[in-house]
Design a protein around this ligand. Structure first.
Ligand code: HAM
Length: 419
């Protein structure tokens, strides 16, 4: 049916709104306390920005996951598949390298990838991303991981695992890729077509293959940590020391590589058993070459992004509470009796809202029965009754709809009591 939503997309219905609102508010609060500034960049960019950013052996390019189209001006445009390339472009175009301190940028918003939809994998999904551009120190990597941990703890999460690895630098990686090539070469005929292509473009990416026929072979592949040069090895060592001193537990996964080509040194993923096969809900790493590749000065950088939908699934599983249960019912429902009191009801709504409380009514009704039915359907916490007598005397009744108890008094006093 052409009027239904597209495969791989979803809606957030009103009953889920407060749940997602809470997640986003918590995320923004933590990012802000870590000194990150929220930036906004377009959903559409030149397709080459992402192709060059993600790299020619990334899934985004190899698996043609980018939604692209030619616009009326014959420009090749893409819907952003990720935020790092845009963040680096924003950094360069806004001269942030001149500000005298590292840029700490965060963003939230939809990303688009033409992937095969499954549980936890969408074609349009929301990422919360953070990019720290300018600080090469291993403690900057640690701080990014700490940010994740702080956020997860505020969202009530405990049962997840942080996996880290170092994939080296331009100096030491060739040694490792040679070892991988020597290992995979004689086994290529037993591997999937994607891996055969990756063998030539970026053999490291083979380690990320999820195909069963390849997994068994990958298990026996040499790991890269022994091939790290001294500076990379030191960096990785200090990241681990930093994590230990911050009390952040982690596991080293020497075969952890990422689906995007721009990474070097530290890479990491947070995984949860609650998620099934799409178990990674936050991931990132260092990308010290990207700013220069985009025409800037040599500038170290690191960052991560988490998928909001997967984060939501982990929160639900861990907190044992469904997303609908986060729904916040209105504090006050106003039941005005008699259509002539509609205007008075409107001014009472305004007073309650000014006090910071949620207040609603149904303007179409003016009978007590209908109002009470609406208040009940909305699960409103209180009902304020407004009729001719109440207005004349200046004394109103506020009923607690959960236990039926009632309070009487001037409007201001009742509102004060609710606060
Ligand atoms: P990524 O691993 O491609 O990295 O995506 C990060 C997170 O976005 C994933 O761990 C997952 O939670 C979520 N995600 C990705 N694809 C989907 C999908 N199809 N459906 C639902 N969720 C998805 C990046 O995007 C990098 N830009 C992260 C980064 C920032 N690295 C450095 N800075």
């Amino acid at each position: 049916m052409e009027l239904s939503r597209l495969k791989g997309t979803y809606d957030i219905a009103p009953k889920e709104a407060d749940f997602f609102n809470w997640i986003e508010t918590t995320v923004q609060g933590v990012f802000t306390r870590f000194g990150y500034k929220k930036v906004v960049f377009p959903v559409i960019e030149y397709a080459t920005l992402f192709a060059r950013g993600a790299g020619e052996s990334s899934d985004i390019v190899v698996k043609k996951e980018m939604y692209q189209f030619e616009d009326q001006g014959h420009r090749m445009i893409a819907l952003r598949p990720e935020g790092t390339a845009s963040a680096v472009r924003l950094y360069l175009e806004n001269g942030l390298s001149m500000q005298g301190y590292s840029a700490r940028l965060f963003y939230t918003g939809p990303m688009f990838r033409a992937e095969k939809p499954q549980a936890g994998r969408y074609r349009q999904f929301v990422q919360f991303g953070a990019e720290m551009i300018g600080d090469p120190n291993p403690y900057a990597d640690v701080e990014l991981l700490m940010l994740n941990n702080t956020l997860f703890s505020e969202l009530g999460l405990k049962n997840y695992t942080l996996y880290i690895n170092s994939i080296g630098c331009k100096e030491c990686r060739p040694k490792y890729t040679e070892a991988l090539k020597a290992y995979f070469q004689p086994k290529l005929s037993d591997m999937c077509p994607d891996c055969r292509a990756r063998f030539d473009t970026n053999v490291l990416r083979i380690l990320d293959c999820k195909e069963n026929q390849c997994r068994a072979i990958i298990e026996g592949a040499p790991t890269g940590l022994e091939s790290l040069c001294e500076p990379c090895s030191d960096h990785f060592h200090q990241v681990q020391e930093g994590l230990k001193s911050a009390g952040i537990s982690y596991s080293i996964d020497p075969r952890l590589v990422r689906g995007l080509d721009y990474y070097n040194r530290t890479v990491f993923e947070f995984k949860s058993g609650a998620l099934g096969s799409q178990s990674t809900f936050s991931a990132g790493g260092r990308y010290d070459y990207l700013v220069k590749e985009f025409g800037g000065m040599e500038t170290p950088a690191a960052g991560f992004a988490m998928g909001m939908e997967r984060l939501a699934m982990v929160i639900e599983a861990e907190n044992g509470k469904k997303r609908e249960e986060y729904n916040r019912a209105p504090e006050v429902y106003i039941a005005f009796i008699g259509g002539e009191h509609r205007a008075f009801a409107l001014s009472a709504l305004e007073k309650i809202r000014k006090a910071g409380l949620t207040a609603v009514t149904e303007f179409r009704y003016d009978s007590l029965k209908k109002h009470l039915k609406s208040a009940d359907a909305m699960k409103a916490k209180h009902c304020l009754f407004i009729g001719g007598d109440e207005i004349a005397k200046g004394v109103f009744t506020l009923r607690n709809l959960a236990d039926g108890s009632q309070k009487e008094g001037p409007l201001e006093e009742l509102i004060e009591g609710l606060k």
